[in-house]
Design a binder for this molecule. Structure first.
Ligand SMILES: Nc1ncnc2c1ncn2[C@@H]1O[C@H](COP(=O)(O)OP(=O)(O)OP(=O)(O)O)[C@@H](O)[C@H]1O
Ligand SMILES: [Mg+2]
Length: 308
């Protein structure tokens, strides 16, 4: 029997007690009715970031990738419906703290451009530098070592494979990090912020055209090859790597872990993927957006499984 559509949770703007200043989207923190601290992240431009985030989070679940759990939400101001968005729990409640990638890279090398305003086109955000940082980070809290996936780097390889699958171009140095405990130990953060993935900015007209075209240059299979990561192969590289090249580069540091992630992707049940996409309420995602998303995921899955 088909599962029901994902619930859209109600968030009251007047409950907000703190604004989250990090990141570009408007966000606020509040305590829900059972005293849990939650973050509301608004999709203020109405460009589908809520459904992209929700789908990505369930795909993480399917692959066994540690991730922030997102729920669809809508903000209300004095009972008037306002912005859509997502809500999630705090992954680093005090006394824990979240240390973002740029800070970790700066702690490794003080010449790293820490300035959080520069998120893209940071050539120092290289695969080698990230790998080096991850060597002194433990796997995510609660992570159960699974065969070849032992270290933080092994787990992170799953994050970059996810990026290649969902066409996430947003893994900049503020979209990964580590949780620091009171003893100063660092644990890889669960993956977060996938709202820019799944080509959610495309219009339905373009989706329709790309789905039905006979022009090879306009197909979904061709379109997905254009996805860029926010990582560089080298500080002297002119351009960031493609998302698949990025996965290949990380995979080279731990081929056994990469194989396990790829096996999981190979075994990701198509029916489950369709069901996840299908559960997004029709009010949030058009039939064409769903059809295109499934094609994109299928095309990238094939590319990844062929590519390494
Ligand atoms: N679940 C969480 N627990 C703790 N802190 C969080 C959580 N989610 C987000 N944050 C904090 O808020 C910041 C911004 O969140 P996020 O990256 O999801 O938003 P964004 O505005 O989409 O970012 P970007 O500018 O990359 O698009 C994070 O870097 C982190 O510091
Ligand atoms: Mg972010």
């Amino acid at each position: 029997m088909a599962l029901p559509p994902f619930e859209i949770h109600r968030v009251n703007q007047e409950d907000a007690d703190d604004v989250e200043t990090l990141g570009t989207k408007p966000k606020f923190w509040w305590f829900n009715s059972v005293g849990k601290r939650l973050l509301f992240k608004a999709d203020d431009r109405g460009t589908g970031e809520d459904w992209a985030e929700k789908i990505a989070c369930h795909l993480c679940e399917l692959l066994g990738i540690p991730h922030v759990d997102y729920e669809l939400a809508q903000e209300y101001e004095q009972s008037v419906a306002k912005r859509h968005g997502v809500i999630c729990e705090n992954i680093s409640p005090a006394p824990l703290s979240l240390v973002l990638g740029n800070q970790l890279l700066f702690e490794r090398d003080e010449s790293y451009p820490l300035d959080s305003r520069a998120k893209y086109k940071v050539r120092q955000h290289t695969v080698a530098a990230i790998v080096e940082v991850l060597r002194s980070v433990k796997p995510p809290p609660g992570w159960q070592a699974d065969g070849a996936i032992q270290s933080a780097l092994d787990v992170f390889i799953g994050y970059v494979m996810l990026d290649a699958w969902i066409a996430n171009q947003d893994r900049h140095h503020g979209n990964w990090g580590a949780i620091r405990d009171v003893a100063g130990d660092l644990f890889l953060s669960p993956t977060f912020d996938h709202g820019a993935a799944l080509a959610r900015l495309l219009t339905d007209d373009e989706r329709s055209e790309r789905i039905s075209t006979r022009d090879k240059n306009r197909t979904v299979e061709n379109y997905v090859t254009r996805a860029k990561s926010a990582c560089y192969a080298d500080v002297s590289s002119e351009k960031p790597m493609g998302t698949l090249d990025c996965f290949t580069a990380f995979a080279a540091y731990s081929t056994e872990a990469a194989k396990v992630w790829m096996d999981r992707l190979r075994n990701a049940d198509r029916g489950c993927v369709c069901e996840i996409v299908d559960r997004v309420p029709a009010t949030r995602m058009s039939p064409l957006a769903k059809q295109f998303t499934l094609k994109l995921l299928q095309a990238n899955q094939q590319r990844i499984l062929r590519g390494v």
